[in-house]
Ligand binder design. Structure first.
Ligand code: ZN
Length: 230
């Protein structure tokens, strides 16, 4: 069971039908979460590295040198990420404690940086704002929808209706709530954005899936409402 369910019927079905992908996935090494001690595929976790000053930094791309620890990023483990739960790291590293608040802030800012980069790359292909998104919903290609938690009621109903129609037509859509219109606007380089639709078909599926995972992680850290699948 993956930590964050991939876009339904998309990546899973690709993995099932594509032998090469299946092999890669089954070889993905497991890592133990530093909070719950459960093991999960490394690629689905957040890697963290400890610097020479004993500060813990998120390594979103999992490429930073040095020894790492892993976080499963499940909501329960984020809630439990306090200085007492970080204490066992002292057996392996010279870690400065307390630092739970600093670490939480670093996770948020690293994820936001990463998301901004990804949104910038998506800018030409993404549907940004209500009209563009409503138009995109008519197309039955798989879609990732990011909707601001403070989007107006009328828009929420409009999107929900559109998603229901898509579901009836057999189209795959994933809806994830993001912190606010201002936040989504900042990600897209605009003032205020209530909704964004990102193509999730074919090669775009992996990027959409990553983007969705980062948004869900961020929501879990900041306590924003979680997304749902249609
Ligand atoms: Zn965990």
């Amino acid at each position: 069971m993956p930590l964050v369910k991939p876009l339904a019927g998309l990546i899973e079905s690709k993995l099932e039908s594509d032998h090469a992908c299946k092999v890669i996935r089954s070889r993905s090494p497991l890592r133990r979460c530093m909070i719950c001690r459960e093991s999960f595929p490394k690629q689905e976790m957040l890697r963290l590295v400890v610097d020479d000053d004993g500060e813990i930094w998120p390594d979103v791309l999992q490429k930073a040198p040095g020894r790492g620890v892993y976080h499963c990023m499940r909501e329960a483990c984020l809630t439990d990420m306090n200085d007492r739960r970080l204490q066992p790291l002292k057996a392996k590293f010279r870690v400065n404690l307390p630092q739970q608040e600093r670490l939480r802030q670093r996770m948020v800012s690293m994820l936001e940086q990463q998301l901004k980069r990804m949104f910038t790359r998506q800018r030409t292909s993404a549907a940004i704002g209500r009209d563009a998104v409503m138009h995109r919903l008519w197309n039955n290609m798989p879609l990732l929808l990011l909707r601001a938690s403070d989007a107006g009621d009328a828009l929420v109903r409009q999107i929900d209706d559109g998603l229901e129609k898509r579901a009836r037509a057999g189209a795959t859509s994933v809806l994830t709530n993001v912190p606010s219109r201002q936040w989504l606007g900042e990600m897209c380089g605009r003032d205020d954005v209530a909704v964004v639709a990102i193509d999730a078909a074919g090669v775009a599926a992996a990027t959409a899936n990553r983007l969705n995972v980062y948004c869900i992680w961020l929501a879990s850290i900041t306590g924003c409402v979680k997304g749902e699948e249609r």
